[in-house]
Each structure stands twice: as C-alpha cells, then as structure tokens.
Design a protein around this ligand. Sequence first.
Ligand SMILES: Cc1ncc(COP(=O)(O)O)c(C=O)c1O
Length: 448
Amino acid sequence: MTFVAPPPASAHDRTPDGQSLHDQTLSHDEVLRIRNDFPVLHQLVNGHPLAYLDSGATSQNPISVMEAEQEYYEQRNAAVHRGAHTLAFAATEVFEAARATVAAFVGASENEIVWTSNATEGVNLVSYSFSNASLGLGGPAAARFALGAGDEIVVTEMEHHSNLIPWQQLALRTGATLRFIPVLPDGTLDLAAAAEILNSRSRLLAVTHASNVVGTINPIDDLVAMAHAVDALVFLDACQSAPHLALDLAALDVDFAVFSGHKMLGPTGIGVLYGKAELLAAMPPFLTGGSMITTVDMGTAEFLAPPQRFEAGTQRISQAIALAAAVDYLSHTGMGRIRTREAELGRRLVEGVTAIPGVRLLGPGRGAERIGLVAVDVAGVHAHDVGQFLDETGIAVRVGHHCAQPLHKKLGVTASTRASTYLYTTDDEVDRFLVVLAEVGPFFGVSR
Ligand SMILES: Cc1ncc(COP(=O)(O)O)c(C=O)c1O
C-alpha cells in the first residue's frame, strides 16, 4: 500500500481556538505528497507538465486503487456468492467488505447499496423498476412505484442527461407528466417555483446534489422537505457530491441516490445505487437472470432480497474492491479537508476567471458556495477552440455541453469550457489555466 496518511496533528498546528489545522484543509506539501500516489499526473503533454483539470469528467487513480484490483486478480479471482471452494469464499468476503466500506462512506447500510456499472445504470435501474411496477409486477407492495396518467415526475433544468432522459423515458412508458424546476440566471434552482411545482400529483423528484456545469450545491434538505410533504420520493444524483464532500444519505433522507466510482478515484465500470432498505425491498427488479433468484421453474421465479435482487449476472468484483480502496484513500485524507481545499481552489478559479475580459462565468459568482469547478464562455471563441488552445500547453479541461444541453440552452450558450479540480490539484495548475485562458481572446482576435 503506497498511500501516505496525512501527518497527525501536532500542538504547533492549531488555530487560536485549539482546532487542528490538519482538520481544515490540505497543505501544499500534502497535495504534493498526494500527487506522488497518482502516476498519471507526472507526465509531459505537448511538452508541458500535465495540468489535469478534468476530474469532473473522470478522476485519476492512486496506486493503492490499482494495486487493490491487481491483488484481487493475483490472489482471489473467483465467482462470488456461488462457489463452494475457498477461493470463492475469499472473493465473496472481500466483495461484500467493499460494499460495507462504501455503505459506511455515505451513511448507508450494506443492504441499501446496489452495485451498478455507473451512475447512469443506477438511474435506469430505478426508472425501469418503476415501469415494471406500473405493469403490475412486484404485486401490491410495489404499487407505490406504479405511475400512470395524472402522475408527475419532477426534475430540474440543471440535470445531467443521465438524470433526465431515464425519467423522460419513464414518463413516455407510463403516461406520467414530466415537470421542471427552473434554474435562475445565477445558476441556482428557483425554490419558490419548486414549492409550487411539487404538489399532490408529484410522485418523484429527481435532482442533482451538485451541478457538473455551474458547480451549484443544491439545498437538498429543503427540496427533500418539500417533496416528502407531498409524499413524493426523492432521487439524488450524487455524482458530483460523493467524491467531493462528506455525504450522509441517511441524514439527507433521500430515498434513492446514485454515484460513479470513476469520479471518486475508483475505476471505471462500477457505480452505486443507494435505496432506502424498505423501498428496495418493495421494488421489482429491472435486470433478471442468474444470481438474483431463490427458486426458478419454467414459468416463474422468486427473487432474492436486496441488494442481490438488483444484481443480476456475474458482478463487477474487482471494480467494487478497487472502489473500496478509493473510498479508503478519501476517508484517510478526510472528506472535510478535501471539501475545504476544493472550495479554496473553486474560489481561486472564480476570482481568476471573473477578472478576465470577455470571459463569462456560468453559475454562482464570487462568494457563493460551489464545488471546485468553473464553466466559462469565452466571447467569440468556440469552447472546442478554447480546449485545444489550453491542451497545447498541457492543460486538460472539458469542453462542450457536458451532457447538460438544457442547462446550457437556459444560460444562453451552446457549449462551455469547464475546469474541475480534485484533491491532487495545485494552485499552480489553476494559475496556469487562468494565464492561458486570458490569452485565448487576444489570440483569436476577439478581445485584448
Ligand atoms: C452530475 C452527473 N450526473 C451523472 C453523471 C453520469 O455519470 P456516469 O457517466 O459515470 O454514469 C455525471 C457524469 O458526468 C455527472 O457529472
């Protein structure tokens, strides 16, 4: 294991009120030490040191995560929950231990954590389970998930397509109506409108915790209170929050949530669906087949209890184990400190981009709480040109609509350039981004 735990707090590292400085943020030295655990960051791109500012799309992996996956294949590879041999028991043990680690990380119980291949699959799983309930599958217990004409599904205008299209499709399949909570010009949700839109016909509110475009952190407590007051279930897209802040799903009281391993130092191919135990227990499955049944005859099948009911077929074993290693890495570093550090980086980005002529920051401005990313529009220059210009100096950002076309449309742009940070991002990388971004307008002859 190459992970280097942060040094323990010493008496010298305290604020006047006695709080440990190590409890607050990641020091420059710690960030440099963390970077040593991420081999991919130490390379030249186009002759310049890579500045990876695209963690909002996918994060990098520490060595401990890669070693966890390798160790599994070298020592324990076997089918879980099936074999009667020692290796299969060992594989099952470490696979289920991974579930327990991830459950504890987000304030859930183990039977509330369903493995999926990514967050998108988790949204689709619930959407199709609701469809099945609407067809009468799952019996009376599943009736609470059945939708039809007159029912309403509420989403927001800032959703990633993954937390929009599955609900559009559910509405099309069931005859339910899709309604939208608007986004205000400053990139926050219109809560006054939300209070009116959520009504006795609302059956589900699907909302993102943090926007992958504008960085807004939504007031989930308020939205949950509004939705539950009208008996609507709440589905949380935690893709941009689980990696970046201490997440307690039980305390938030959301009914379902999803997040992706690859955005939180884990591998691709693994995601998590959280569902409150009593809801998962009542919900009919989406995918069916091996590993999720108790008894089968030629006409019918009985299903296992959750989470196995929702995990048909051979699972993503090594990926789940590697995700647990990623979660260990984050936990050891401290989610509170990661959040504080990224808020600092976010502030640096916001201050920097708002000072550049011709650059428009999308979303909340100075002083507003946001995750550590910014999306900008450079007047007169297409985002793809901006991205290419930055790439020539080794700076990796995301350009385009970031799978959020309706939000871009609402903000009056077709595409944007997004710089996103993580625990391994340095101030210097942010500053390099700001310097080169300031050169874009003059280079393309649209500003001085
Ligand atoms: C807010 C948000 N939701 C959902 C997703 C979809 O994640 P995945 O592609 O891993 O399923 C993303 C990924 O970009 C995201 O940022």
